[in-house]
Write a protein that binds this ligand. Structure first.
Ligand SMILES: O=C(O)CCC(=O)C(=O)O
Ligand SMILES: [Fe+2]
Length: 356
């Protein structure tokens, strides 16, 4: 079975697309990071995204409905201790406060997934983002040792604990989603074995910016996940909603944001569309966020599930590894390319008629 690290190793990045700016040394936004003002970063609307109590007997219905209408919701009563979220953020803050030369010792390798560096999507844009990240899969020991040669254990313990709790929460959310979509858990046997899912913990830092209207924290994208669980304390995350435009996901104390990713888009046959989101530089302070990406094992076949009789699958089958490879090559058109063409649609309809 290929792991996600093996998938990304086939799509190495240029070093320029990995090394973040030395944010401490700049007093103006360099041209390399200045985005056209017309990109509408100024949208200030708060969206009325639902906050769902995970212990609500109707949680499955509320989650399913939020995925259909918004592609994002917040959860409370999620059983992740708030002091653990604080500790993860405090460790992230310490990491990103290290001198640039020190952080670069843990730089992601060109074909690697974990470590310090720019968001992977950077290579698709001609301007850089006001962002630095640190990606963790399992134990961050090797990179943490580079950052703090004598004092890495606490960081590692907190990050491993954070991932364990995030995965438990992800499993609970997934059970609710399957219930709503009326998909048998037999179809997702991997869900019953913690530790086999493909997951990553992403620490994000958006340093204080001298000209927030010219810079963008993260450019518009959808996530490579079934869904992503995010902790944000300071606003900055925006989603794009058809007919409404860009609006903020307002931070709710103690709540976690859950947004639908591409893999759930495929599995739900576009009933839960993956949500386009970005980060804008709004607040006059450094912003941190912690994102947990949750996906099936790399060799799992993604097929639209829970289709009612006569309903046609919109996407052809791909493995998670194959999908990630496609997206590493093409940020925007990858979902489109998986859609059945008019011709194959016709043959599926005929097939279904013949066998109905
Ligand atoms: O920082 C945020 O609010 C969003 C982060 C994000 O979209 C990502 O890491 O993919
Ligand atoms: Fe994202």
């Amino acid at each position: 079975m290929s792991t996600l690290s093996e998938v990304y190793a086939q799509y190495p990045l240029k070093v320029d697309d990995i090394i973040p700016l030395d944010f401490d040394s700049v007093v103006t936004v360099p041209d390399s990071h200045a985005w056209p003002i017309s990109d509408g970063f100024e949208s200030n609307d708060w969206l009325s995204i639902p906050t769902i109590d995970l212990k609500d007997p109707d949680a499955a219905k509320l989650i399913g409905h939020a995925c259909e209408t918004w592609g994002v919701f917040q959860v409370v009563n999620h059983d992740i201790p708030l002091n653990l979220l604080d500790e993860v953020e405090s460790e992230a803050r310490q990491l990103f406060s290290l001198p640039t030369t020190q952080k670069l010792k843990a730089l992601r390798s060109p074909g690697g997934v974990t470590g310090y560096g720019l968001a992977r999507i950077s290579s698709f844009f001609n301007k850089f983002m006001w962002h630095e990240g640190f990606t963790i899969i399992g134990s961050p020991l090797d990179h943490a040792r580079e950052l703090w040669p004598n004092d890495y254990q606490k960081f590692c313990d907190i990050m491993v604990d954070g991932q364990k709790k995030m995965e438990e929460l992800a499993i609970t959310i997934m059970h609710n989603i399957l219930e709503y979509l009326a998909v048998s858990e037999e179809e997702m046997k991997w869900l019953g074995s913690p530790g086999v899912a493909s997951t990553a913990l992403q620490l994000n830092s958006y340093p204080l910016c001298p000209d927030p209207n010219r810079a963008i924290g993260l450019a518009p994208h959808t996530d490579n996940s079934l869904f992503t669980i995010l902790h944000q304390r300071i606003s900055g995350l925006q989603i794009f909603k058809e007919g409404v435009g860009w609006g903020f996901v307002q931070p709710v104390t103690g709540a976690l944001v859950v947004n639908v990713g591409d893999l759930l888009h495929i599995l739900s046959n576009a009933r839960f569309p993956s949500v386009v989101h970005r980060v804008v530089m709004k607040e006059a302070k450094q912003r941190f966020s912690v994102a947990f990406f949750y996906s099936p094992p790399a060799d799992f076949n993604l097929d639209p599930l829970g289709l009612s009789f006569g309903q046609i699958p919109l996407y052809r089958s791909v493995t998670v590894a194959e999908y990630f490879g496609r997206k590493a090559k093409d940020l925007e058109k990858h979902l489109l390319r998986l859609e059945f063409s008019g011709e194959s649609m016709k043959s599926i309809s005929i097939f279904m008629l013949v066998f109905a």
